[in-house]
Design a protein around this ligand. Structure first.
Ligand code: ADP
Ligand code: MN
Ligand code: MN
Ligand code: MN
Ligand code: MN
Length: 335
């Protein structure tokens, strides 16, 4: 008997990487081995020497095929045994290890938008729907577009064993969110990439596409972000560490370094409007959805918990975002 393993990897498309996958048939009981692919077709190699290597790093049940079939998330390596330049997970590994004793946890809110052809789902042909107001967490066919896809995606994520913590309809019609975590930096990032793959794959069966475009509709419509909630053991135990974390993210040079690595087009989304802070002005505050970093109200009340970095774009790479946050915040907390 045999089963199917869907090997999933992140490609080298610039400026924003895409997901790729292909199927391998494995004998039952066999661990998914390393595998190869044609890197010249994924912006990861030149044609004259195009082999790249897939190394399995996270394996879970495949909820689409079911049975014993598996999803196999991989890191990409060159044939000389070094991580491929596009392999951002390899750069997160040593940082996650270095600060593991501080027990960093992340919960990432992935916003996204469904499209049917060239229009967001719910946008009438050649026009615009009623202005924003009733769509966020709405109910009813006049406000909600794509719920059957969203429910199927949630179902698939849970069947795969991913740690989703919730879903909600967003401020623009056709726009939704799911949350992954809280989990460690590698775990939350692996699961978010697999959840993204499941989103595209699930929507495919409904004839709609999903995009992580941070500003899918120009004008007075909310963009799509990936608010990144973060804590360390010290932050979960006391308020000084919460304030320290907010301060370290604001240290000289840090705001720009972070924003530049929080997803392509971040300047277009972080305008200061639509519940964002301007990309070039760092701020933090309690309950403030117009700040770069928000301290949730219950965290101030309880004097412990976590902070929310509201800046990452929907199209960010969680391996990069979590690496920067752990590196910036944990260095200071270690002192
Ligand atoms: P919002 O009010 O900003 O929409 P959400 O409920 O969408 O918040 O998301 C909050 C996220 O914070 C969830 O993914 C949750 O798992 C995560 N979270 C909760 N506690 C912690 C913690 N201590 N450390 C990190 N993340 C946390
Ligand atoms: Mn071939
Ligand atoms: Mn949310
Ligand atoms: Mn949201
Ligand atoms: Mn949020």
């Amino acid at each position: 008997m045999s089963h199917r393993a869907e090997y999933i990897w992140i490609d080298g498309t610039q400026p924003t990487a895409r997901l790729r996958s292909k199927t391998r048939i494995l004998a039952d009981g066999a661990e998914p081995p390393e595998w190869g692919f044609d890197g010249s077709s994924t912006n990861q190699a030149e044609g004259h020497s195009s082999d790249c290597v897939l190394k399995p790093v996270f394996i879970c049940p495949d909820p689409i095929r079911g049975g014993d079939d598996k999803l196999v998330l991989c890191e990409v390596y060159d044939t000389d045994g070094t991580p491929h330049p596009s392999n951002t997970r390899a750069r997160l590994r040593p940082i996650a290890e270095k600060y593991a004793a501080q027990e960093p946890l992340f919960g990432i809110e992935q916003e996204y938008t469904f499209f049917e052809g060239a229009r967001p789902l719910g946008f009438p042909a050649g026009g615009f729907p009623a202005p924003q107001g009733g769509y966020y967490c709405g109910v009813g066919a006049d406000e909600i577009f794509g719920r059957e896809v969203v429910e199927r995606h949630l179902d698939n994520c849970l069947k795969a064993g991913l740690s989703l913590s919730g879903i909600n309809a967003e401020v623009m019609p056709g726009q939704w969110e799911f949350q992954v975590g809280p989990l460690g930096p590698l775990e939350v990032s692996d699961q978010l990439w697999v959840a993204r793959w499941l989103l595209y794959r699930t929507a495919e069966d409904f004839g709609v596409s999903a995009t992580l475009d941070p500003k899918p509709v120009k004008g007075d419509w909310n963009g799509a972000g990936a608010h990144t909630n973060f804590s360390t053991k010290a932050m979960r135990e006391g308020y000084d560490a919460i304030i320290d974390a907010c301060e370290s993210l604001g240290e000289e040079g840090k705001p720009l370094e972070h924003v530049k690595n929080y997803g392509v087009g971040v300047e277009d989304r972080l305008t200061g409007l639509h519940e964002t802070a301007p990309w070039n002005e760092y701020s933090y505050g309690v309950s403030n959805r117009g700040a770069s970093v928000r301290i949730p109200w219950q965290v101030e009340r309880d004097k412990k918990g976590y902070i929310e970095d509201r800046r990452p774009n929907a199209n960010c790479d969680p391996y990069v975002v979590t690496r920067l946050m752990v590196d910036t915040v944990c260095t200071r907390l270690e002192k």
